[in-house]
Design a protein around this ligand. Structure first.
Ligand SMILES: [Zn+2]
Length: 351
């Protein structure tokens, strides 16, 4: 486990559209491991390890995280914001947050009326985003404007802690976990010759519509595309396994099966896991998934897509939890998968 690489990724601020601090971490990590590293005009970072064969294989994790964006500063210096991606307003009151202004960090607090002052019906309802504000300690609009501007982005407080020897908590494991795996696959293969040309991609803007996967997959024109993203663990209180299926932290990454996944890719990923002796889970996804795999599969005339999911507790909250063992497992499975394919591997679905 390359703990420092993971930590640098999760701590880098990267709400959708503003990913470059995380992309810089990725570029620095892969530059010695790839034959070429380029950043496209959309902001995707594409690291190519050339193979001896012709197939192009894309491995991708999205670098963007959810966050907030300042859109209004009131007369008293309080900041109003819009969500970047899927933000749950009930989690926000009371948080300390980081605002990023011209490369500087400004600290703030998300305010809400205290319980004593809430009307009886307000006490039982979750707040709406428009009921909340960020307080940066400015005495009025003018003072606030010296520290922040409209369009500045905001992230949950960065920080990473081990809760056990294996479980880590931090913001944005969704989906720095996937970026980590893309980079770590290159590291693992560094001393090897491989047949497929491996494009290890850190994509942008997944949280707002898989947008970086659309552009990067079009540019790479891959034959095979494996996305790595987080999935909901269902091993904590209040989740109905009859409805959501079973997925636990620490029991290995989940290999996804369903319409979004090429059947041969699914079979080979399972075989790769067995060969590498990595514990894995299977996740059923009967339709298009909400991941980069969805955009990749429907690129041009179709791509053989696969999806490896890292179980994640409390997705899109300031403190998500994943298992490092699951992360390592995902790297090993994908590395073994890459070793198993060559130009003759046939991905056309048939009986
Ligand atoms: Zn997400």
């Amino acid at each position: 486990m390359e703990k420092k690489f993971f930590k640098d990724l999760v701590l880098a601020p990267s709400p959708s559209g503003f990913e470059q601090p995380a992309q810089e971490v990725y570029r620095n990590y892969v530059k010695g491991l790839a034959d070429e590293v380029k950043t496209d005009v959309h902001g995707n970072v594409i690291a190519l390890k050339k193979g001896t064969g012709k197939l192009r294989l894309m491995v991708v994790g999205h670098a963007d995280e959810i966050g907030l964006m300042i859109h209004y500063i009131d007369e008293n210096g309080f900041l109003r914001f819009k969500p970047v991606g899927g933000v749950d307003p009930s989690l926000l009151p009371g948080l300390r947050v980081n605002l990023y202004h011209n490369g500087k960090v400004v600290r703030g607090v998300i305010g809400r009326k205290p319980i004593h002052l809430l009307e009886p019906d307000e006490r039982t309802k979750a707040p709406k985003l428009e009921d909340l504000w960020i307080d940066i300690g400015a005495k009025d609009k003018k003072t606030a404007e010296k520290k922040v501007s409209i369009g500045d982005i905001v992230t949950f407080s960065p920080g990473m802690e081990m809760l056990s020897s294996d479980f880590v908590t931090t913001k944005a494991t969704d989906n720095k976990a996937g970026v980590y795996v893309a980079g770590a696959v290159l590291k693992e293969l560094a001393a090897e010759k491989v047949v497929p040309n491996v494009y290890a991609v850190s994509s942008v803007q997944e949280e707002i519509g898989l947008r970086g996967a659309i552009t990067s997959a079009f540019g790479i024109d891959p034959h095979i595309g494996i996305a790595i993203d987080v999935t909901h663990a269902t091993d904590y209180p209040g989740l109905n396994k009859a409805l959501l299926g079973e997925c636990s932290l620490g029991k290995g990454p989940a290999i996804v099966v369903g319409a979004n996944i090429n059947p041969k890719v699914f079979q080979l990923l399972k075989k790769a896991a067995e060969k590498a002796k990595i514990e894995y889970q299977v996740e059923a996804a009967p339709r298009g998934t909400g991941t980069d795999a969805n955009a990749i599969q429907t690129t041009r005339s179709g791509v053989a897509a696969g999806l490896v999911s890292i179980p994640n507790r409390y997705m899109h909250t300031p403190n998500e939890i994943i298992s490092f063992k699951d992360l390592d497992g995902a790297v090993k499975i994908i590395v073994e998968f890459i070793r198993m394919i060559d130009d003759k591997t046939d991905f056309i679905p048939k009986v």
